[in-house]
Design a binder for this molecule. Structure first.
Ligand SMILES: Cc1cc2ncn([C@H]3O[C@H](COP(=O)(O)O)[C@@H](O)[C@H]3O)c2cc1C
Ligand SMILES: O=C(O)c1cccnc1
Length: 377
């Protein structure tokens, strides 16, 4: 059963509690390293593919690891008040339209999920319009506040959104999901993401701002100004993750934060996507320290903030494909490689099984999987 998400504060207002994040299984990881050494290939010759299999074994707590039976993508959708400042190349209406596109299977996330053997769930946390009842069960509001002038959310809404993200993670894990992917959809959402990242990494607006959907130079200047103004407000609450979400995130990003933290608390591995999921991950690591051990960085998004997230969380991305879409697309592009790594460890014969001579000590000069995998536990 999930940990209880709440307890009451002295004021009677429910406070979100995150239990301690448990470590991955070091023994299963070490067994995976040892097994990689016995497989019929030169030691270390599958490079990072070997490391990925070790990562999975330690998260599943078993060696050899199991192929994922139910990888699941959850796309968190929501609009943002800052879109009215002209910080995106597209209008807010596209958010709701894309939610429909996800449901009818026409988006990049649908194609990439199908390719990776994953199924897709869409959640409307704050779309500025009506979506179907199926996706709006956790909706907190229509559009989050314009963070350069106002808070994104009220305290109650921030609480409700984080709790919704945790509930959704619980639902998915209880429904059999053994690998989660988090995705985002929300016109303007790279702006609050940049603010959160700049606040938590002490970077300046010009360093963190990115082109998002492909903005021109004028929009870039507007976006940088919006980030600057929002950052002034966010810096005041940078030491309080829930207040930071209320001030500078939005219901979609707050729900992503709860989702990522809860997955770690439930010992379920997650493949992270780009800058928006990364911003939520940084806040989730503040709320539930150690959660990062349960996350694999699917890729390095082209957004500058994404690299700050990777550095801050000390995560090495699987792919660098200059992707800048969101929706979970970068994570899903990486997932088939993670699956490949598991199949290698599961299905390859050992030297003993195949009757092939093991390497002599003199021959095995390549860096061992153990040397390269040490940091994975
Ligand atoms: C058709 C379309 C599909 C998308 N899928 C993801 N995004 C991505 O782009 C948006 C963030 O960039 P910005 O901050 O510049 O608005 C988000 O909706 C994000 O999920 C999309 C954007 C568009 C236009
Ligand atoms: O990195 C991302 O997730 C991203 C980049 C651009 C636009 N939307 C999302």
């Amino acid at each position: 059963m999930p940990d209880s998400p709440q307890s009451s504060t002295a004021s009677g207002y429910p406070r979100i509690e995150f239990g301690a994040v448990r470590e991955p299984d070091e023994q299963a990881g070490r067994q995976a390293v040892a097994r990689q050494q016995q497989l019929t290939k030169p030691a270390g010759s599958l490079g990072r593919l070997e490391e990925l299999s070790v990562w999975v074994a330690a998260r599943q707590g078993t060696c050899p690891p199991r192929p994922f039976s139910r990888p699941r993508v959850v796309v968190f959708a929501g609009d943002h008040g800052v879109a009215a400042d002209g910080v995106s190349a597209y209008p807010s209406e596209v958010t709701g339209q894309m939610v429909t596109n996800f449901l009818t299977g026409g988006a990049a996330v649908n194609a990439l999920a199908a390719n990776a053997g994953a199924s897709v769930r869409v959640v409307d946390m704050a779309v500025n319009g009506d979506t179907s009842e199926v996706v709006a069960a956790h909706k907190v509001r229509r559009g989050s506040g314009a963070i350069d002038k106002d808070d994104a959310l009220t305290t109650e809404q921030a609480h409700a959104a984080v709790t919704a993200g945790r509930t959704i993670a619980d639902e998915e894990i209880d429904g059999g999901a053994d690998l989660l992917v988090a995705g985002d959809m929300g016109i303007g959402n790279t702006t609050p993401s940049a603010v959160l990242i700049a606040a938590l990494t002490a970077n300046e607006p010009v360093a963190v701002v990115g082109r998002g959907t492909g903005i021109d130079d004028n929009a870039w200047m507007r976006k940088t100004t919006t980030i600057r103004d929002a950052l002034r407000r966010a810096r005041k609450v940078v030491d309080d993750p829930m207040a930071l979400l209320r001030t500078a995130a939005g219901a979609d990003i707050a729900a992503l934060t709860g989702f990522l933290a809860q997955a770690a608390l439930r010992r379920t591995p997650v493949v992270l996507d780009g800058v928006v999921v990364g911003a939520a991950a940084m806040v989730a690591e503040e709320l539930a320290p150690g959660a990062r051990q349960w996350w694999l960085a699917g890729h390095r998004s082209a957004e500058p903030g994404a690299t700050m997230v990777l550095d801050h969380l000390d995560l090495a991305p699987v792919l660098e494909l200059d992707m800048r879409l969101g929706e979970g697309s970068g994570a899903l592009a990486a997932l088939p490689l993670v699956t490949a790594s598991v199949r290698v460890l599961d299905e390859m014969a050992t030297f003993a099984e195949a009757g092939i001579g093991s390497p002599t000590e003199a021959e095995s000069t390549a860096p061992s999987a153990e040397q390269r995998s040490e940091e994975l536990f």
